[in-house]
Each structure stands twice: as structure tokens, then as C-alpha cells.
Design a protein around this ligand. Structure first.
Ligand SMILES: Cc1cc2nc3c(=O)[nH]c(=O)nc-3n(C[C@H](O)[C@H](O)[C@H](O)COP(=O)(O)O)c2cc1C
Length: 350
């Protein structure tokens, strides 16, 4: 039996319009308990923002054994997707974040450059879809909605924060269990920086979101931070307002084809998949140490490059309470079932 997958030769809209039906698969129990942000989960396995383009995609992957599903990042207004290629395979080893560019390859061997531009439907559309999804999702699964502010050229930081908070409130009103704020969004104070790189600005945004979503768990999704000190500053600024941090979104760099030409007009794109595993586990470990030292009440989601039980265990050992899988799940929809099978076989109870 083969299971439906995202088709990267087709447009974003085509994939949005062709979500798979939910499936009836035998999913083994995860050995042990998983408690995350006050919820009891059947396992720490989840999917991050991106591959689950709408509610039906969320339900499909939930039926394939993922217990925490994240609805793709939504905005306060419609936004079109970038043109193809949206997913360009790249030929890389483990990345650190200081690479100037990476070469393309035709075959997908584990890592790709992701180029969507965070498209979104209008709020009326995603709100109805989120509400339907929460209704149909099993009670023991968690639905997280990822949100982002849509920076306008003349906006102040507070306007951007208000836009994030509006999306967060609309998500909660529609039934989201968790809200995730994607901080890989351009910062209004610096032209080339992203929000997670400016701790004080990030604090303004999370404080504003918190005021609009009450006690609903708030997750901050961040990109690559290459130094423990920077992680320290970020956590010190935002810990009173977030329940968890998810890392690492991707590692950004430029992408060059075999003819030496840059793709995407020479702009950087996030590399996702296997190549980000080591850097992201390292980063998760720094965050865990800082949280412990300072007794911050913040949990961690490990994301980036996980594709098997060993990767999941490495993230859990580095301090993650949940582990998200995007690229490997898009390649192999059965990945959560396989990981749970292996975990059950290796459990001392067996
Ligand atoms: C197809 C695709 C779309 C993505 N879109 C988003 C997005 O809208 N918002 C976001 O925060 N991250 C997005 N990401 C990043 C993922 O959430 C995740 O951080 C990244 O893929 C690393 O995990 P992986 O190595 O398991 O793929 C996307 C990734 C992929 C592959």
C-alpha cells in the first residue's frame, strides 16, 4: 500500500486542493508518557508548520500516527505562494549556518531548499477550516496553528505585534489548542534581520500575543542561533510570555545550480531536512541548559532533520519535550508509524 504524499512538481494550490483522505493504519503505542505544555499526548511526535497546508492534511497525518499537528502558518490577509520550484533538492552534508551557498541536485536525498513565502488564505477561510479540523481531530491529539505578522513598509513594531496577536486570537477563537508564532519573519527595526534575532522586539510581539490569547499555550518558532549567548538573550527576553520554543526552522543560505546561477533571484532560502539535524540538536541543548540554569518555565520542541527513532531520541536527550518532523514525513508518510514500531520493539516492557 502506498500513501499519498505532497507532489513537489505541482503548485502549492494544487496540493492545497488535493489533500489525502484519512487512513486506517495500525499505530503502535509509544512507550511511556508524554506531557507537553499541560497536555497528555500519546507520543512526542508531531509535525511542524508547513506540510499540513489545511485541515484535511492535518487529519491525514494525524491518522498516520502524529499526535501534535501544526496547521501551516496563516496570516491576517490572503498571500499568494511563490512560483515553482517550492522545494528544490540540494546536495549538502550537515550545515552550520555559515555557508554562503549550496548546490542543487535533481534527486531528493534528504534536504531541500524551501521557497513558499508563507502563503495564506483569508482569515475567514482558515478560521472555518481550523474549526472543522478541531472538531474532527481525536480528543487526544493537539492542533497547533502557526501564525505570522505581515509586515507593511511603514509599520511600527507595535503594528506588526498587533497583526501577530490578531492572528493568534482568531486561531484560538476557531479552536486551536496551541498557537505558534513564526519568528522567521522580517524584523521591522532592521532591514535584513529576522524577529528572533532581536530579543527586545521579539518580547514586544510575544507580550502582545499573550494579551490576546489568555492561557492558551504559546510556542515561539525560531531559526538558527549559532551562539549560546544569543540564545541566552532571547530566552531572557521572552520567557515570561512563551510556553515553549520550537527550533530550528531551517538554515538559510543561497542556492546555486550546476551552471553556477543563483536560484530565487539570489535571495537566501531555508534549507530543511537532514542537513539541519546536528546544528538543531546542538541548539536545543543550549536552550535546555539556559532554561535549567535560570529556572525558566519554557519547554522545547526539537525540529529539523529528524527521520528515525535515533534522531527523535537525540532531541529528547537534548531537552526537547516534543519532536517535529516535516521533510522526512513528506517523503515517507509512514515515518511516525515506523518510529513508534521501533520504539515499542525496543521498549524494556517487550
Ligand atoms: C514544505 C514546507 C513548508 C514550510 N512552511 C513553513 C511555514 O509556513 N512556517 C514555518 O514556521 N515553517 C515552515 N517550514 C519549516 C518547517 O516547519 C520545519 O521547521 C523545517 O522543515 C525543518 O524540519 P524538517 O527538517 O523535518 O523538514 C516549512 C517546511 C517545509 C518542508
Amino acid at each position: 500500500m502506498t500513501y499519498a504524499r505532497y507532489n513537489r512538481q505541482q503548485s502549492y494550490q494544487w496540493n492545497y486542493d488535493h489533500p489525502p483522505e484519512i487512513v486506517d493504519v495500525d499505530v503502535p503505542d509509544w512507550p511511556g508518557h508524554t506531557s507537553f505544555c499541560g497536555y497528555q499526548l500519546k507520543s512526542p511526535l508531531g509535525m511542524p508548520a508547513g506540510p499540513l497546508l489545511n485541515g484535511q492534511w492535518c487529519l491525514y497525518y494525524a491518522s498516520l500516527g502524529f499526535d501534535l499537528v501544526t496547521y501551516k502558518t496563516v496570516r491576517s490577509s490572503y498571500r499568494a505562494c511563490y512560483d515553482l520550484p517550492n522545494l528544490q533538492p540540494v546536495k549538502v552534508g550537515m550545515l552550520q549556518g555559515n555557508e554562503t551557498d549550496v548546490p542543487t541536485q535533481d534527486e531528493m536525498t534528504g534536504s531541500w531548499a524551501v521557497s513558499y513565502g508563507m502563503p495564506s488564505t483569508e482569515p475567514e477561510v482558515w478560521q472555518q477550516d481550523v474549526a472543522r479540523t478541531r472538531e474532527l481531530l481525536d480528543d487526544d491529539k493537539v492542533l497547533c496553528v502557526s501564525v505570522v505578522g505581515s509586515v507593511q513598509p511603514d509599520w511600527t513594531l507595535q503594528q506588526l505585534a498587533d497583526d501577530y496577536a490578531l492572528c493568534g486570537r482568531l486561531a484560538v477563537e476557531s479552536g486551536a489548542d496551541f498557537v505558534e508564532a513564526n519568528f522567521s519573519c522580517p524584523n521591522v527595526s532592521t532591514c535584513d534581520g529576522q524577529l528572533f534575532q532581536i530579543p527586545e522586539d521579539c518580547r514586544t510581539v510575544v507580550e502582545t500575543i499573550r494579551a490576546q490569547i489568555g492561557d492558551v499555550p504559546l510556542i515561539g518558532k525560531i531559526g538558527r542561533i549559532a551562539q549560546g549567548d544569543d540564545m541566552h538573550r532571547l530566552l531572557a527576553a521572552i520567557h515570561p510570555f512563551v510556553d515553549a520554543l520550537a527550533m530550528t526552522n531551517s538554515i538559510a543560505t543561497r542556492v546555486k545550480n550546476a551552471q553556477g546561477q543563483f536560484l530565487f533571484d539570489g535571495q537566501r532560502r531555508g534549507i530543511c531536512g537532514k542537513a539541519t539535524l546536528d546544528a538543531s540538536i546542538e541548539q536545543t541543548g543550549w536552550a535546555r541548559d539556559i532554561i535549567r540554569e535560570n529556572k525558566y518555565d519554557v519547554e522545547l520542541i526539537g525540529v529539523g532533520g529528524a527521520s528515525c527513532l535515533e534522531d527523535v531520541q537525540q532531541y529528547l536527550q537534548a531537552g526537547a519535550g516534543a519532536v517535529h518532523i516535516a521533510t522526512a514525513a513528506m517523503q515517507n508518510p509512514l515515518v511516525a508509524v515506523e518510529i513508534k514500531n521501533e520504539a515499542a520493539e525496543k521498549s524494556p516492557a517487550n
